[in-house]
Design a protein around this ligand. Sequence first.
Ligand SMILES: C[S@@+](CC[C@H](N)C(=O)[O-])C[C@H]1O[C@@H](n2cnc3c(N)ncnc32)[C@H](O)[C@@H]1O
Length: 409
Amino acid sequence: MREVSGVSAKILEEAVAGLAAVEAGEANLDDFLDFRLQYPELRRSISNLLFLCFRRKRFLEGWIGRLAARPPRPAVRRLLTAVLAQITFQTGIAPESAVNIAVGLVKHSGKLQEAKFVNAVLRRALEQPQPVPEAPELVLPPVLFKRWRKRYSEAELAQLAAALLAQPEFTFRAERGFEPGELAAEAVPAFGEFRFFRACSAARLLESAALRDGRIYIQDPATSLAPSLPDFNGVKSVLDLCAAPGGKSLMLGERLAGEGRLVAADRSERRQRQTAENFRRRGLDYQVTVADPAELTGEFDVVLVDVPCSNTGVYRRRPDVLWRFRPEELEKITALQRRILGEAARLTAPGGQLVYSTCSIEPEENPLQVEAFLKEHPGFERLCERQLLPSAEMDGAYACLLRRRASSI
Ligand SMILES: C[S@@+](CC[C@H](N)C(=O)[O-])C[C@H]1O[C@@H](n2cnc3c(N)ncnc32)[C@H](O)[C@@H]1O
């Protein structure tokens, strides 16, 4: 008994620390779970609770507002958020126990008045469970709802909200020629020749030899959009300019099928270690380079530039991105994208193809960025582009295929 409540208290404490770290901008959710857990052995439970807190943040914080006579201080709000998530959405812990553990934690920290407040708020919550809303305006962060309402239909907004609330499928890509057999429950739609599957069991997949030797790679099917766009006929050299950790480089390598040269470049040394490891597992000896795009030289038949972005398309798997979105930071990120895309243009051979991609659904980072690029680079033309919105099947993504005219300087 002692043991169970001890574990539950640790999970709650860690979840509250995670909410604080993300709110303070000290870490994103993935980094918190990967590098900052005090009890990494409890990662799965902590992660489940944190994902719920971010998926249901609007509802949970609105409920706290109605339950508490005065707004709680931020640390208490975070604790209440996590406990309300447990008592509303989790079945593994009895609601009464969740409340007792939370009150115990506050008492333990010596704040007796605050413990009384937390106890009163949570007891009220137990007495009056609330209907859980699904309407986009009550699910999405207000800043993004306001932006998205201007350009998406009601059906699209409902799709965007539903994508935040649902747990996405565990999907993976299988290398050409590899049959995943019992690892796969079914094939799922993807782009080009790439083959994606829904995993039968995440645990079995994570322990599989196929994952260890790189014949499968855990990925969302939306990632196949950008590498599927260029025509690989006669292509001899490929550059992936923002390659780490190598998800799209592996797909470019698969399309090259050993017929040419691939350079996977990225400015992050830490992330490039992962790219190199992914190539090693697969037995590929493509070049892995640590460099800022401005430092690279040469000309390539195909350049893929998967730029840093606001990530607003991938919130199914990283729900915290929606709450970290700041419109005022868009300008900074689009300026960086413009610079990197300009370098990519310089590295594209005459007649070569350039793929620009993001995992964002903001037009400033996508078609508007490309239009500005085309004005500044008349030697390029747009061949096609596609915007995917997050859905039940896949993440959001944008990709545009450009061509440098053969005669351009
Ligand atoms: C979206 S991620 C790339 C994901 C990768 N293409 C994949 O499929 O696995 C963007 C990458 O751009 C890199 N990058 C390159 N130049 C950068 C710069 N000046 N500032 C920030 N990130 C930069 C980052 O290190 C990061 O790895």
